[in-house]
Design a protein around this ligand. Structure first.
Ligand SMILES: [Cu+2]
Length: 122
């Protein structure tokens, strides 16, 4: 009887472990992002460093992905957003959230002249 209990624990534990490994191997999903996806590539965000529009007091998901071979980050000083350095193929999920309207600059601290745009919160 004890042996059966032990064996079933082992089987359940193994199945749980295997399913975790399978889930992890899929990696972070960026397919179902409702919000903004910024791809850092060729020293620009989404090719044109687009303006990003957000609403006061409505947090918006922000995913930053680095598709370059060099490192990038994304910083918005006034909104306290800082992805830290992202290596090639790394991504970081954060949120744009502001209690105040205004125009807030986002930039990459490693390429601040070419990777720079505005977040407009209304
Ligand atoms: Cu950069």
């Amino acid at each position: 009887m004890i042996a059966i209990v032990v064996i079933s624990f082992i089987i359940v534990g193994t199945l749980w472990g295997v399913s975790n490994i399978i889930n992890q191997s899929e990696g972070p999903s960026i397919k179902n992002v409702s919000g903004i996806l910024l791809i850092a590539q060729n020293n620009a965000f989404n090719k044109t460093n687009p303006d990003i529009y957000a609403t006061v007091n409505v947090p918006m998901k922000l995913v930053v992905v680095n598709k370059d071979f060099v490192r990038h980050d994304l910083i918005v000083d006034q909104l306290k957003i800082n992805t830290a350095y992202l290596s090639s193929e790394q991504d970081f999920t954060t949120a744009i959230a502001s209690k105040k309207s205004g125009i807030f600059e986002y930039y990459c601290s490693l390429h601040p002249t070419t990777m720079r745009g505005e977040i407009i919160v209304k």
